[in-house]
Design a protein around this ligand. Structure first.
Ligand code: ZN
Length: 572
């Protein structure tokens, strides 16, 4: 059975419909599953899954590289409506067959654990509720997406207005930010109403799954086997102790540099050098060439991977008309290649994004070597570690951004770029703690959590605890409604702490690299190659880090970040 896939050409793969998938799935379903056959059976299942996954990803990519391509959109919709539900039902049968058999192969303990957890909370009566929740998500997107303002004669989205926060002129920043927040507050009631619906729905979903509360339900959906809500609470305390004072000191230096005595939200992001914005490249070709040099310096093999992607047309990096917004890395499992999508316009952010997505792509290259789909597909890799792959690359690459290494910047500009990166990461932890602690509060207190005014009060208390350096006076309403403006809280509950944990992993790997670059990078690479076959503590350990929540580990990371900022600041 497996042989039929080996030579599948891309043109052929793209024509697959349910008629092509069906015989393979039904053969797998009927096949005898024994100690002797299981390895081949899993390999055949892997071959089918690889085709299905690549087809889905390629169809998705086609819609994002050209949003005006109606045929691409039709093909994607057709796949989602006609093929995907059948494939998912067939996949489910195979999972059940495997679980019932009680058989396994080496390196399959974690995938099996995940399948069991999935089966445990699956309830048919939740399907319509999950659809309902999905629809609420779409409604939420519509409200948020319509939040545009007219700024300097042009219609701007909230995301586009972020650049206003980097304006040198304080009055301009203030005006732009106030205009946006006023528009956002106009939707306060609508979002409150959506929230009440979300909460009611989620209570039912948890009850249907025979769980006492929604947090327990989400914990299982997110496959959090290696840490508990208590660990998150420990992490929040650690952030309060180790990070908040460091960001407070940053805020004081900022006020001094700006010559102001109150730090408003709109003063948080402006560059303090007074110099024009960094200009890393003038063409995407130049960007790729320099990025390749940087990756080669981290590890020659990473440079080779990057060049290979470029040669094979797997880097779509330029910003053009009719291209979807944002950046991502996805993979083509059958071809065993990753693909990076971005919207580069010539600013430093583009570099940071490419280093980040580059880390994800090298992770993909390493884990394609694993034999089974369930060990290496995107959902098999815990986010708490997938983001270590990408965030650590941002740090591992940072010493090589200068012209000395055929990178992008002069010595002084490299220092500026690095300070900006580290400061952004330091500021992230307290915000992440607010977002996470808020959600724990909501689902621990479902009665108050359903009341928007209580949510406002809870958020306000957390702002005070984690971001005391921001002066919100005169902007109290904006401050207490922060929970309305974080999509994750509404659309992907509890999914956020992953980034905070991964950042702590990434900084530990960077610290190792400062002591012994070669050794640190090879440990990092070894951990990437484990894919989804190891627990989080094991993955971190292999990468040379600790999967940690405690104040000591965090303090060590913060000390390194802060001292690096102070050293770099002296060089520009
Ligand atoms: Zn990422």
């Amino acid at each position: 059975m497996a042989d039929t896939f080996v030579v599948l050409k891309l043109e052929e793969l793209m024509t697959w419909g349910w008629a092509q998938f069906e015989p393979h799935y039904s053969a797998l379903e009927k096949a005898e599953l024994t100690e002797a056959t299981i390895s081949n059976w899993l390999k055949t299942w892997t071959a089918v899954s690889d085709v299905r996954d690549e087809l889905y990803n390629r169809l998705y990519v086609a819609t994002s590289v050209n949003t005006a391509d109606a045929t691409a959109q039709e093909r994607f919709d057709h796949f989602m409506e006609k093929i995907y539900p059948q494939v998912m039902a067939a996949e489910q049968k195979l999972k059940e067959k495997l679980l019932v058999s009680g058989l396994t192969v080496p390196g399959f303990e974690i995938p099996l654990r995940n399948m069991r957890a999935e089966a445990e909370i699956y309830r048919e009566q939740n399907l319509p509720l999950l659809v309902e929740e999905e629809k609420l998500g779409t409604a939420h997107d519509q409200v948020m997406g319509a939040q545009t303002v007219k700024w300097q004669g042009e219609e701007k989205t909230a995301r586009q207005m972020e650049v206003v926060l980097r304006e040198i002129d304080r009055e301009t920043r203030k005006k732009g930010w106030e205009l946006l927040t006023e528009r956002q507050l106009a939707d306060r009631e609508v979002i409150n109403q959506q929230w009440v619906k979300y909460m009611g729905l989620r209570e039912k979903i948890a009850a249907n799954a025979d769980l006492s509360d929604y947090r327990s339900y989400r914990w299982q959906v997110l496959m959090r086997f290696d840490y508990t809500p208590d660990d998150c609470s420990t992490f929040h305390d650690a952030i309060e102790q180790a990070v908040v004072p460091a960001v407070q000191r940053m805020a004081e230096r900022r006020m001094k540099a700006l010559g102001i005595d109150r730090l408003h939200y709109y003063d948080m992001f402006v560059d303090l050098s007074g110099k024009p914005p960094l200009k890393p490249f003038s063409s995407v070709h130049e960007m790729k060439e320099k990025a390749s040099a940087v990756f080669h310096h981290v590890l020659p093999q990473f440079g080779v991977y990057f060049d290979q992607m470029d040669a094979e047309g797997l880097l779509d990096l330029d910003n053009r008309k009719n291209k979807a917004a944002g950046a991502y890395c996805t993979d083509f499992s059958h071809a065993e290649r990753p693909f990076i999508f971005a919207n580069a316009v010539g600013i430093h952010d583009d570099i940071q994004t490419l280093l980040h997505e580059g880390g994800h792509s090298f992770h993909a290259f390493e884990l394609f070597k694993l034999p089974y789909f369930q060990q290496r597909n995107e959902s098999a890799i815990p986010m708490e570690f997938a983001e270590v792959a990408s965030m650590a690359m941002e740090y591992l690459a940072s010493p090589y951004l200068s012209e000395e290494f055929d990178g992008f910047y002069s010595e002084a500009d490299t220092a500026r770029a690095r300070v900006d990166h580290i400061e952004t990461d330091l500021r992230f932890w307290p915000y992440m703690a607010i977002v996470d602690a808020f959600q724990h509060w909501v689902y621990e207190n479902p009665i108050d959590g359903k009341k928007p005014d209580k949510c406002d009060a809870a958020w306000a208390a957390l702002e005070k605890r984690f971001r005391p350096y921001i002066d919100w006076s005169g902007y109290e309403e904006v401050m207490m409604t922060g929970w309305q403006r974080k999509d994750h809280i509404h659309q992907a509950p509890f999914y956020y702490v992953e980034y905070g944990l991964a950042l702590l992993g990434a900084v530990q790997i960077w610290k190792n690299a400062l002591e012994n670059q070669k050794q640190a990078v090879s440990a990092y690479r070894r951990a990437l190659a484990l894919g989804g076959t190891a627990s989080l503590p094991q993955l971190y350990k292999n990468a040379g880090a600790r999967f940690a929540f405690d104040v000591d580990t965090l303090q060590e990371a913060v000390d390194l970040m802060e001292s690096t900022i102070l050293t770099l600041e002296r060089s520009y």
